[in-house]
Design a protein around this ligand. Sequence first.
Ligand code: IDC
Length: 614
Amino acid sequence: MKNFLKKMLIAGAVLAATIAIGMNRQQTVSAAQANNGVSDNGWLHVEGTQLTNEYGAPVTLHGMSTHGIMWFPQFSGQTAADAVAEAGGNLFRVAMYTDEYAGYVSNPQAAKDQMYESVDAAIADDMYVIIDWHVLNQLNGDFHNDAAVDFFNEVSAHYANTPNVLYEICNEPNDGSGNNSWSGTIKPYAEQVIPVIRANSPNSIAIVGTPTWSQEVDTATADPLDYSNVMYTLHFYAGTHFQWLRDKAQTALDRGYAIFVTEWGTCDASGNGGMNLTEAQNWIDFMNEKNISWANWSFCNKGESASALQTWVTEDDIRDGVQDYELTESGAFVFANLRTETKVSYDYSLVYDNAYYAAHNPDVAKAYNNDSAKMFQHFVKYGIKEGRKANLTFDVKYYQANNTDLKNAYGDNWEAYFKHFMKYGVTEGRKSSVIYNGRYYVQKNNDLKSAFGTDYLRLYKHFMNYGMKEGRVASADFNIVIYLNNYPDLYKAYGNNKAAYYRHFVNYGIKEGRTATVRKSNYWYGTDYSAVYSYEFYIVKRPDVAKAFNYDRELVFEHFVKYGMDEGSQASASFNPAVYKSKYTDLRNAFGNSSRRYYMHYLNYGIKEGRSAV
Ligand code: IDC
């Protein structure tokens, strides 16, 4: 079993890296499926310097930026997105110029139409996509602010519930000479645009350009924006920008802020000068080491060094993906670095038990002929999405119903609940099943509290491995003592096999309407004492007991079962042990003065035999 769990962990990590391949596509228009894309990572957020996926794992985006979408629409739509996804990218940057090349301000509708087409193409491929307000050289610190507000208001409403979309609100917010004031001009612009986006799509990522062609991430982070999920733009061109610019990046990281390289080139900053692949490699190493996400400039066939495609390559040529000979020197270098690996690995043993999965998913067990490795793969690829039952201590539907904060965020996205639990929920001691609530468990078991404190992960594992066997209480919804007291049939079947009662309750008891919270009166370990016991009678007969236990029904009853019978106290008008004894010589010969045995005889046989004790 231990070995199998270990294998599961490893298989989980491997599967997480390759899972995209097995995913069912929703859209049929495109052929591509991004590696390490949105269906693997969900909504992104920023934690410190790190872009992080929905499940708390660091994630890196690598992809291509379009050239101007109005200039090169043939390399800005579905064909282009597919080609980038097929080459291993999980990011597509949609560069919508504001001014140059039929930019947004001269014909907003046409630019928007192309922008929507490009963004939707990336979404169809399960990629993340940056909507880039590609402003370059505005004078007087105006980045078409009003137009930007309108634009981002519209697109963030349109994509409010789409985890794919990231908003880059100003590509390079320069004034005429390149430089610009961060605190005086760019920051106020961001403070104008970001709230508009957040009003529509509160959890989205905003990427903000920085002074000097988006190089001064150091200046920007000296006076940072006061929003969550903000990233600062860094642009570099390997022929122009060297270690001194990486130092600026390092400054921002050292301060704890996240940067995004939304544009970089293998050549010089003009986009068309000399290549510097040595320096490009230095940059790639730096970005890999820091987990910095990037988009390369640019995916087009323009005759300039930065272009990834040869000048003669057409859209038709790349419908079957980009072939090596269709790439330029730059393109070849960039494409070789596109693929990212999922860095997520989950401890599936927290939510998955092979025998349980087989028992509760007979279709799967049958399809895979009970092969445990294959069933586990089924769970990771499909079962988790379908919200299937996979172990006793994590019930995804219960988790949804009993954690309303998550319900609001995840709806019926079952995979999100499983992953949330493995990553966070378990360590937070959340309610995970009708039989388990970490906080309750530690509250009700003092020895565990001193052993584990609030290490809820260990508490959960303790419950799985020992707690159930030991019959410990771990949920207000299931009290094993009450359960086994209430139901004689169960006690007969399971005796002191405590774990069996948890299983029975989860698998059958709930459906059968059995109760494990309220004791049926006069039941003790499955035996009904009603024929020999009534609370009202007993407290009159034994005022000492009633007083000692403050008239508590449960405790008074417990006294009767544990001591009262031995003491020969009558507890019901219909059974007087003294009368029973004096009436039946056979019993007297057998039981002598052991008064408990008269009670038990009456309950087990006497009643059936028609004997009487009054
Ligand atoms: C370049 C294009 C080039 C175009 C020029 C002017 O590669 O074809 O003629 O813009 O519009 C940036 C900009 C990006 C530039 C790129 C290369 O964000 O628009 O593209 N660059 O010069 N910042 C630094 C370099």
